[in-house]
Design a protein around this ligand. Structure first.
Ligand SMILES: Cc1cc2nc3c(=O)[nH]c(=O)nc-3n(C[C@H](O)[C@H](O)[C@H](O)COP(=O)(O)OP(=O)(O)OC[C@H]3O[C@@H](n4cnc5c(N)ncnc54)[C@H](O)[C@@H]3O)c2cc1C
Length: 327
């Protein structure tokens, strides 16, 4: 009773960075209800991930290992997760609101016929009621969703909404290995080949993002942003206007129909601050806006604002950072 499960994401047996971040809040929620925080790992040859999960605080790890589960396939992973959830009856199951977490959690919710609170930024118990806070109307409001009765309570949590738990090597726990009744015929998807995207950008996990909008004016402008981002250890983001103009691929888009990010530093260059863009980045810890127009709405949410032409401001920043970093 009261157990909280955290779904651990990985790619072919290698945990993605921050996969274990929900074990911290999972532990707190479990302790409040007298339960344990448990990791759910589905894949092939994923035993090493159990060890990692223990080091981030998991008390119990459920492992499903099967060659059919080598790569993420929604239908097979959903069936496996549902079998285990139905058998062990956790109170809460937490997923990250990443592509994989969103896909799997919605499949589980559909199959188990329970509700799902998506993209929560806070999760807490209020007495016996689980409350989940998520943003609504493009980030203008926060709404609180209450789940009083239905179990399991499924929640996807926005990456970085909670601190990563401290890693302590050598921690042990209980491993429960389970087999599931899946066959290739359960899969609607067959993976014939995996073509790696030429774009290697991990905006969701980035601590620093240098983002460009229509104000960048041309595709080559993103080379300048990339030079700046590389110098300060950041990733390059973009507004939809820049993506729609074909200056940068969609993988870089931040916002309502792009990625939701929460870096420590978000530098918005030539971005006006439309509500749909803000929806994806307004919870960044520190926002620096560079814009020619002193009345641009982005300045209303910016921590620091620089009124000026990005083609003058960014080269100066590059120069200053190079001097400071000794490069
Ligand atoms: C359903 C829907 C979903 C959407 N989803 C998204 C989304 O996910 N992400 C997103 O970003 N948008 C999204 N949009 C689009 C959004 O409404 C805006 O159109 C878009 O964000 C505007 O992008 P921008 O700020 O780059 O461009 P603009 O609004 O045109 O702003 C450009 C800014 O650059 C400044 N500027 C110009 N030249 C310079 C210069 N040389 N130096 C400095 N500043 C300069 C200008 O002053 C201006 O403020 C969505 C819209 C809809 C309807």
């Amino acid at each position: 009773m009261g157990d909280v499960w955290v779904y651990i994401e990985h790619k072919d047996g290698v945990a993605s960075p921050l996969s274990f971040e929900l074990l911290g809040i999972g532990k707190k929620l479990a302790q409040e209800r007298g339960g344990k925080v448990c990791a759910l790992i589905i894949g092939e040859n994923v035993d090493p991930l159990a060890k990692e999960a223990f080091s981030y605080g998991a008390e119990k790890v459920y492992v499903v290992s099967n060659p059919l589960l080598k790569s993420f396939r929604s239908d097979l992973f959903t069936k496996s997760a549902c079998e285990l959830i139905s058998k062990y009856g956790p109170d809460i199951v937490l997923f990250r609101s990443t592509t994989q977490g969103t896909d799997l959690s919605s499949g589980v919710a559909g199959k188990l016929q329970v509700g799902l609170c998506a993209d929560a930024i806070n999760v807490y118990h209020d007495g016996n009621v689980l409350k989940m806070v998520r943003s609504a109307f493009g980030g203008r409001f926060n709404v609180t969703v209450a789940n009083e009765r239905v179990t399991p309570k499924l929640v996807t949590v926005r990456p970085k909404a909670f601190e990563m738990p401290e890693k302590k090597d050598g921690q042990e726990g209980e491993i429960i290995k389970e087999s599931v009744s899946i066959g290739e015929s359960d899969a609607l998807i067959k993976i014939l080949d995996f073509v790696k995207s030429a774009v290697t950008v991990n905006l969701v996990e980035a601590d620093i993002i240098v983002s460009g909008g229509r104000g960048v004016g041309k595709p080559e402008g993103f080379n300048l942003l990339k030079e700046f981002a590389d110098l300060i250890g950041g990733a390059v983001g973009a507004s939809r206007a820049a993506v729609d103009s074909g200056w940068i691929p969609y993988e870089h888009q931040v916002g309502q129909t792009g990625k939701t990010v929460k870096p420590k530093l978000y530098i918005a260059c030539g971005i006006s601050g439309a509500i749909q863009h803000l929806a994806g980045m307004r919870t960044s810890d520190c926002i620096v806006a560079i814009n020619k127009d002193p009345d641009a709405p982005i300045f209303k949410i910016a921590t620091f604002g620089i009124v000026g032409d990005l083609y003058q401001v960014i080269p100066k920043l590059i120069e200053k950072f190079k001097a400071k970093l000794g490069r």
